[in-house]
Design a protein around this ligand. Sequence first.
Ligand code: NDP
Length: 338
Amino acid sequence: SREIRLKARPVGMPKDSDFELATVELPAPGDGEIQVKNLWMSVDPYMRGRMYDRPSYVPPFQLGEALQGGAIGEVIASNDPDFKPGDIVSSMFGWREAYNAHPKSLAAAGMGAITKIETHGIPPQAFLGVAGMPGMTAYAGLLRVAALKDGDVVFVSAAAGAVGSIVCQIAKLKGHTVIGSAGGPEKVAFLKSIGVDHVIDYKATPDVVAELAKVAPKGIDVYFENVGGVHLEAAINSARPFARFALCGMISQYNETSKPEGPSNIILAVGKSLRLEGFIVSNHFDLYPQFAKDMAEWIKAGKITWKETVEDGVDRAPNAFLKLFTGENLGKMLVKLG
Ligand code: NDP
């Protein structure tokens, strides 16, 4: 079985030489263990943070070890009575083609548990995107952290990505005016096709402060922040009094080697009584059952749709990861395995 290991801690934009492809011999599963063949793995922007050796809300990746991340696989062999061959499971054993794991001890440790998935007709890889962590991030961030309420005008950055595209659609199905920002004509067309009212192509018109002021002349009430820098500055500039900002991520800074770009206008948050609140999806898993129910209904009713960008083979995983930072993904970036 092949796996991708972290070879060097990236400085700035990660390079091919920061990763290493290795082959390991997988023994038959031991007592209480299962063997899983991965079908899909996820690459996510937060993984860049785990490549730094520093304390954070998730521990850093270790040099010379296989990376970790969300994966969907099929049970091949099982010595755990709760799993049988053919079961589709979700795990944090991504970046590898197959693995052995002990579900009971993982569950007891309280992290990275292996969960059986009832797909209910939804493609399994959607549980790494719209029906999984990114979808849940959109749901919790918009409905709980930003506390979306009637009449809100919503601004979303990285709007054509895994999280952003779901934020836009939840806000639209609840009847809101939505403004999305993304890079390039293909993403603009996609956002229009899902009903986004105004799209800013920040690559074509980099003065996002002026563009947002133009398309939201009366201002915005909610900002779903995925990018940082000029996008945050624009949102602060256009915020109405008492606007709420859900700070989900700031991808424009993840590879920065020098002091990142402002917002230089944060003082406006005082007079406008803004609320800026960061959040981590794992602190909102109490919402998961409600999310799963709502999302299944929305998908079934055709109210939520999604895009995937797929790379083939574990050896392509570093490349897939890099595409998140060059914006070469439309919707959820995935790696197909097996
Ligand atoms: P996406 O699918 O949105 O992919 C990343 C996108 O970010 C790219 O497609 C690109 O789109 C955009 N981007 C990359 N670099 C820049 C840049 N310098 N300036 C502007 N845009 C840039 O990824 P996700 O949906 O998985 O994640 C989106 C955000 O949500 C990230 O910030 C991530 O860290 C955060 N997140 C936070 C979680 C939490 O618990 N708080 C959980 C999950 C995600 P474009 O072509 O438009 O530039």
